[in-house]
Design a protein around this ligand. Structure first.
Ligand SMILES: *Cc1c(COP(=O)(O)O)cnc(C)c1O
Length: 964
């Protein structure tokens, strides 16, 4: 009797305790949800909805789940296999001190990292202010007129500058000139991008650009070898040929150097990494792009602009081509979607915190240490290749190169192997006297060290007089106010208080999978063993990352059924692009290089056709039927019509309509029969993990969005990771990284600046999979499906569901992990639009679902497995209350043009005005549900006027007069 009352030890150990932390629905909730849906069990529901023909043959083989503490300790041991040496490698990556107030209150703060891309302007004013600060900072430092809100990395930014120059320039040439002192990884990515577009990349000494017939030329400022070159003769020579000048510039150097914008540059790109983001083995960091004013309507990526709200007050919003790919599709010019918002916020805050004087002092210190180092090396008898420098010297080391590199490593430092006979040394914000001394020590080879005496009096930097910056920068008050830690802390808090992120409410965005980003997943990303690693450090120092890469790829292989994976692409869009290049390389390798037709259903996400266009493919759009499925007859007809030239089809599964198409296997077989390959967009993997694997049911290539399914937070619009996954016969073509010495001839070129892309956020997905195990991950998928069906069941009737699987007996008909609410009939009956409902949800304290994608006039709701039944019900209550408000408009109780929906969201200020001339009460506006009295979010602005903002494009900090 007594014995049987004891709990077995293994139960007490609760190895899967994290699963119940990640999944918000408990057993009792599940029962209630199932009965609302009309399903007997979670398994029965999933069986009824997921076509049996695609169900996995066997469970995923993953290590069993472990609790949070154990996973952290295992990862710590893995991290310890990285060797953190001081980096003097440079080449685009530098040591930096993340101000701890920014580290804790931005980078490690869920109010910033769990935010979504600011499509809903009214609940995103805080992060958009930070992004406008970023854009202003980039414009000021580069001397350009307009800058966007971040690019993925410097190399892809340079490649985007190339295609931008080809579009906006007048030259007929198809040659892009790259100066030979451009960062090697930039050259490599530019080459990858140029090839499918039929562009030729020519390299040579910078001053040969003017003699080359090209449409644009790329210069590095300062060069990879440290040289600070006058750009004016170069840009003039390029312009004289009718070509454009692109400059990749270092922002810290620009605090001291004449900016490219004052030297004739047309486009300026670069990274903001050294503004407070750790090197992180290559990412994530925000890159930037700035241009002349006349190119502003052609800028890729996102641009935050200033507009006005319904009350005439200034308000921020995403401007112009915010969803360029969705609108222009295969005519889109760039596929960039998820960018690098969180790192951009960090960089902008670094500038806010240090201000122009602080940044200048940091830069002067770096430049002075560089000059001191050069003097000392000269006194030791070492010559450098150039006599100008900001932070980098290239030392002529002759036969001694290897010995010096090894001596440096032995002393705890990495130098750059610039060539067989030269060594590069870069200094940065973290450099101290001791470091300079240690460098001298390496080069002294036993001789007495140089003295500090002359240095003590001050040293002239190696920046040529003619290139010293005279123009002011960062003059706006925001960069000159928050310099004490108290002020900075409160500024950060004031901004995040304006926004809604996952730390306050569910964000039910269809296709975006805004699930829990657990704290234990986030903790490791700032561990020094992951954070302070240079991506081009010797491989033997990167063994922790090597193992992280291997394990994560192996686990993701289990989840997807694919044979090979590369984690290099740093967003979903980049995974798509890499996947299409792989398909192309495969056809070419078989002598079928003429296959360039890419079939894409009309329901596809905009990045799909944009990526195909960038890969030089011809997009043929195929139809969908009334149920939201790919129209197989149309697809068959197009396969037959283009059989000879068919490269691939790009589908999303389950479809962007949230439907598990039952005939997907047939579709794959059809495309294969015509010699094409099947690309399965994996953005909806949250409906599949543990249940079905695209690599098993016919897919050949997929990308994943680790920032959707695998818990990397959205960061307000990045960072992301978009692994490209392939079946066995495509493994030989996975992206290489030749400038890091990785890859064979067959492989496609690098698609990111760093070999492991946004490496430093990979621990997040590793932790998630390690703590969930195979069963936990499957339970997550099933719960995500359950929750979406619960919402569909509760809202079916009051609202019209757009698509469903028509499963008999299931209320709502059965959807995948998201459901689409069709607001178009209500617009007919009441004049209320999907946008009005999205804005009214703000008054109820919610972030809107996905608006008008994939179908205009709809809302797509994806609750994810992480939300509790209480939160799902809070959302359902809000949607039902809104439906009742719409009914009042339908019945004529409220005018069609003056009701709480049309006027939403309501600011506190607008409700406190003495005058109130509306057909509804202030209470009805602010507290439509009693629960809102206990917890209320007040939007800082009223509805933002999009049209005004686009007509009056203004993308820098608001002038002081409007600041209050
Ligand atoms: C999010 C998404 C993408 C693009 O991914 P990014 O990481 O934003 O580049 C592509 N396809 C679908 C269906 C998506 O939802």
């Amino acid at each position: 009797m007594l014995m049987s009352a004891l709990t077995p030890l293994s139960d007490l150990e609760a190895r899967d305790e994290f699963v119940a932390r990640h999944i918000g629905v408990d057993a009792a909730d599940e029962g209630r949800m199932l009965s609302a849906i009309g399903a007997a069990s979670r398994a029965a529901l999933v069986d009824a909805i997921v076509p049996r023909s695609i169900a996995r043959g066997s469970a995923m083989s993953l290590p069993p789940a472990v609790p949070e503490a154990q996973a952290l300790s295992e990862l710590k041991s893995l991290a310890a296999r990285n060797r953190v040496l001081r980096s003097h490698i440079g080449q685009g990556y530098y040591g930096t001190h993340t101000p701890t107030v920014i580290l804790r209150n931005v980078l490690e703060n869920p109010s910033w990292y769990t935010a979504y891309t600011p499509y809903q302007a009214e609940i995103s004013q805080g992060r958009m202010e930070a992004l406008v600060n970023f854009q202003t900072m980039v414009c000021d430092l580069t001397g350009m007129a307009i800058a966007n809100a971040s690019m993925l990395d410097e190399a892809t930014a340079a490649a985007e500058a190339m295609t931008l120059a080809a579009r906006v320039g007048k030259s007929k040439s198809s040659t892009f000139f790259v100066a030979d002192d451009v960062l090697p990884q930039t050259l490599e990515v530019v080459r990858t991008r140029a090839r499918p577009l039929g562009m030729t990349v020519v390299t040579g000494p910078a001053d040969q650009a003017g003699q080359t017939d090209c449409f644009a030329a790329l210069f590095q400022y300062p060069g990879v070898n440290g040289q600070v070159r006058d750009l004016r003769p170069l840009t003039e020579a390029v312009h004289a040929r009718g070509a454009l000048a692109v400059v990749a510039a270092d922002l810290l150097a620009l605090t001291l150097l004449t900016p490219p914008g004052e030297q004739g540059a047309d486009i300026v790109v670069g990274t903001t990494q050294r503004f407070g983001m750790p090197m992180g083995n290559g990412g994530p960091h925000a890159a930037y792009m700035a241009t002349r004013d006349d190119f502003k309507r052609s800028l890729p990526g996102r641009l935050v602009g200033v507009s006005v709200d319904a009350h005439g007050a200034p308000a921020y919003r995403l401007a112009l081509q915010t969803r360029e790919q969705h609108i222009r599709r295969e005519k889109a010019t760039s596929n960039i979607c998820t960018a690098q918002v969180l790192p951009a916020v960090v960089a902008s805050m670094y500038a806010v915190y240090h201000g122009p004087q602080g940044l200048k002092r940091i830069a002067q210190r770096v430049a002075s240490f560089t000059a001191v180092l050069a003097q000392g090396l000269a006194s030791l008898g070492w010559a450098t290749t150039h006599d100008t420098a900001f932070d980098t010297l290239e030392v002529r080391t002759g036969e001694q190169t290897e010995a010096l590199l090894a001596a440096a490593v032995a002393a705890g430092m990495n130098l750059r192997r610039a060539s067989a006979s030269t060594v590069g040394i870069s200094l940065d914000e973290t450099t101290t006297r001791e470091h300079v001394q240690a460098l001298w020590q390496v080069f002294a080879q036993g001789r007495p060290l140089p003295s500090w005496d002359t240095a003590e009096k001050g040293v002239a930097p190696l920046i040529p007089q003619a290139l010293r910056r005279t123009s002011p920068y960062l003059t706006h008050p925001v960069f000159n106010t928050h310099h004490s830690e108290t002020e900075m802390l409160r500024y950060l808090r004031s901004l995040s208080d304006k926004d809604l992120a996952l730390d306050r409410t569910m964000i039910p965005l269809g296709s975006c999978t805004m699930k829990l980003n657990a704290t234990s997943e986030m903790i490791p990303i700032t561990w020094p063993e992951f954070a302070h690693i240079h991506p081009f450090a010797p491989q033997d120092q990167l063994q922790g990352y090597v193992q992280l890469n291997e394990q994560l790829c192996a686990w993701l292989s289990q989840a997807t059924g694919y044979a090979g994976i590369s984690l290099q692409p740093n967003a979903g869009s980049q995974g798509e692009y890499a996947g299409l290049l792989i398909i192309q390389a495969y056809h070419e390798a078989r002598g079928q290089g003429h296959r360039n037709i890419c079939l894409i259903p009309e329901s596809a996400h905009g990045t799909n056709p944009a990526s195909a266009q960038m890969a030089g493919m011809q997009v043929v759009v195929t139809k969908c039927d009334a149920d939201g499925n790919v129209d197989l007859d149309d697809l068959r007809a197009k396969c037959e019509q283009h059989s000879e030239r068919l490269a691939c089809v790009m589908i999303t599964y389950p479809s962007t309509y949230g439907v598990f198409e039952t005939r997907v296997k047939e579709l794959c077989e059809l495309v294969h029969a015509h010699g094409g390959r099947v690309y399965v967009d994996g953005a909806n993997m949250n409906a599949l993990v543990g249940v079905a694997a695209p690599g098993e049911f016919g897919g050949d290539v997929s990308h994943l969005n680790l920032h959707k399914t695998f818990c990397i937070p959205h960061g307000g619009g990045g960072p992301g990771v978009g692994p490209v996954c392939v079946v066995a016969d495509l493994v030989p073509f996975l992206p290489a990284h030749r400038s890091a010495g990785l890859g064979s001839e067959a492989q496609v070129g690098a698609v990111s600046a760093a070999p492991l892309g946004n490496a430093a956020v990979l621990p997040i997905s590793w932790m998630y999979m390690r703590m969930m195990g195979a069963e936990g991950l499957k339970a997550a998928t099933e719960t995500a499906i359950l929750s979406a069906n619960y919402i569909a069941a509760r809202l079916d009737g009051p609202y019209e569901l757009h698509f469903s699987s028509n499963v008999p007996g299931i209320k709502g008909g059965g959807v995948a992990h998201e459901c689409i609410l069709d607001l178009r009939p209500l617009k007919e009956s009441s004049g209320i639009t999907a946008e009005d409902v999205a804005k009214r949800l703000i008054d109820y304290g919610f972030h809107a679902p996905t608006l008008s994608f994939p179908v205009a006039g709809t809302l797509m709701v994806e609750p994810t497995e992480s939300e509790s039944l209480a939160e799902l019900d809070r959302f359902v209550e809000a949607m039902l209350a809104i439906r009742e408000e719409i009914a009042k408009v339908e019945r004529g109780e409220w005018p069609r043009e003056d009701n709480p929906l049309k006027n939403a969201p309501h600011t506190a200020e607008s409700l406190l005005k003495a005058e109130w001339n509306h057909a509804y009460t202030r209470e009805e506006a602010a507290y439509p549900l009693a629960s809102l009295r206990r917890q209320k979010y007040w939007p800082p602005v009223g509805r933002v006027d999009n049209v005004y903002g686009d007509r009056n494009l203004f993308c820098s900090c608001v002038p002081l007069s409007e600041y209050q």
